[in-house]
Design a protein around this ligand. Sequence first.
Ligand code: ADP
Ligand code: ADP
Length: 225
Amino acid sequence: ASPIALRGLAKHYGATRALDDVSLDIPAGSFTAILGPSGSGKTTLLNALGGFTTLDAGAIEVSGVDMAGVEPSKRGFGYVFQQYALFPHMTIAENIAFPLVSRKVDRAQIKERVTRMLEMVELSHVADRDASQLSGGQQQRIALARALVYEPAVILLDEPLAALDRRLRESLRAELRQVHDRVGSTFILVTHDQEEAMSMADRIVVMRNGKVEQVGTPAEVYDTP
Ligand code: ADP
Ligand code: ADP
């Protein structure tokens, strides 16, 4: 796993300060939730980490390496973003297998890991359908499986459970937590849902108006009036 250091990040849209001098250390192997109301800068922060947004100021280091100018695909992160679309002409199983196939993992390993992921997101029964035939919630689950299947050192998740019903959301919270604990990757999860942050993360970063308002364990954040 890789420690991440954010130093003095700033991003302005006209007069809006989406990120206003954000400095933060994200420990290697932590499950960190970025929590805050709509418009507080959570997605901008995650996009900056992923390399999808240029910054007006500041630096991002991953394991001591400056990420300036490093493309998203070269950062070694797994992404679960709304805009990270599935391959519509591949089946669900092929979508999930893709990161393993492109890394030349052997066939028996691929089959085993894809089967396990399909079970986790409860889509084994539709494994051979085209990804284009699915509902939004099903697509979200495949995106999650595709990002987790190759166990990247850092995984960025933007509201990954938002489109799901309550039962599935709660089941996947526990599953995500288990994958985190088993693999030891650094998970960074953006959410506006306090209950979600509390139940999954070991560290919560509270954002407001583009600034980090508070950093602490779930208990510390919960106890703050
Ligand atoms: P959150 O994810 O917490 O809802 P965002 O990071 O999406 O917050 O947005 C932070 C602020 O920056 C908001 O005021 C939002 O309207 C603004 N913002 C984000 N992206 C853009 C953009 N591409 N153009 C203009 N304003 C933006
Ligand atoms: P989220 O709720 O996940 O933060 P948003 O709906 O706020 O997503 O933003 C979706 C996309 O629109 C993002 O890429 C963001 O940068 C952009 N965006 C957000 N606010 C604005 C804005 N005021 N003007 C232009 N683009 C924006």
